[in-house]
Design a protein around this ligand. Structure first.
Ligand SMILES: O=C[C@H](O)COP(=O)(O)O
Ligand SMILES: CC(=O)C(=O)O
Length: 217
């Protein structure tokens, strides 16, 4: 299984949370906002516990982010991760995920890294850090050379820029933290988390509607 693990959701909230006691509130807010997906980054000591608490709810697709070692893959898998994301491409990480049948989306930002990902049997990669490495023009240039590759751009994407990325046929999803911004999590502003998730649906719907209106009959 690859990107289908996301259950059709095209925006992946990238979560940095250092308090597992808040995981349940966060999960409820994402579900209430209609975006029941979370990439829990392994950037805090509590990451595996946060992931486990979200996964055990059973109403979200939960994966692990910032996974840079095979040992972290094992911890993520044990905690219930259904996918793994990494800021870069580590053959060790990819192979451990493949051994566990865990979809893995490693970060790439160059053609050389895409070739390495293809060599490992992957066809969906993250583009990271998306905005800093050129944004949508970089997606267009890389996908022209690699039409078989699908991208999940992450890094610097906002509610305003997400729809343009998602309109590109090579983009299967985008990742971002704007709806789970650290200040919202620190303040426990779960209503605002839900509102940003729900707004995103409205924006994408409006964008699609505008495309359809403009499309030739
Ligand atoms: O490292 C950051 C994550 O990839 C999410 O990026 P972002 O905070 O720019 O949305
Ligand atoms: C940047 C990101 O998504 C990661 O650290 O895996």
């Amino acid at each position: 299984m690859g990107v289908e693990v996301l259950d059709g959701h095209r925006v992946v909230p990238v979560v940095v949370l250092d308090d597992a006691a808040r995981a349940d509130d966060l999960g409820a807010a994402l579900v209430a906002g209609g975006l029941p997906v979370a990439e829990v980054t392994f950037r805090t000591p509590e990451a595996a516990s946060v992931l486990g608490r979200l996964a055990e709810r059973g109403d979200l697709v939960v994966g692990a982010g910032t996974v840079i070692t095979a040992e972290q893959v094992d911890r993520a898998h044990d905690a219930g991760a259904r996918f793994v994301v990494s800021p870069g491409l580590s053959a060790d990480v990819v192979r451990r995920c493949q051994a566990l049948d865990l979809p893995v989306f490693p970060g790439v930002s160059t053609a050389t890294e895409i070739i390495a990902a293809l060599d490992l049997g992957l066809e969906t990669v993250k583009l990271f850090p998306a905005e800093a490495c050129g944004g949508l023009p970089t997606v267009k240039a890389l996908s022209a050379a690699f039409p078989q590759v699908r991208f999940m751009p992450t890094g610097g994407i906002t509610a305003a820029s997400a729809p343009a990325y998602l309109a590109h046929p090579a983009v299967v999803a985008v990742g971002g933290s704007w709806m789970v911004a650290p200040d919202l999590l620190a303040a426990g502003d779960w209503d605002e988390v839900s509102r940003r998730c729900a707004d995103l649906h409205a924006d994408l719907h409006a964008d699609l509607h505008a495309d359809l209106q403009g499309a030739p009959a």
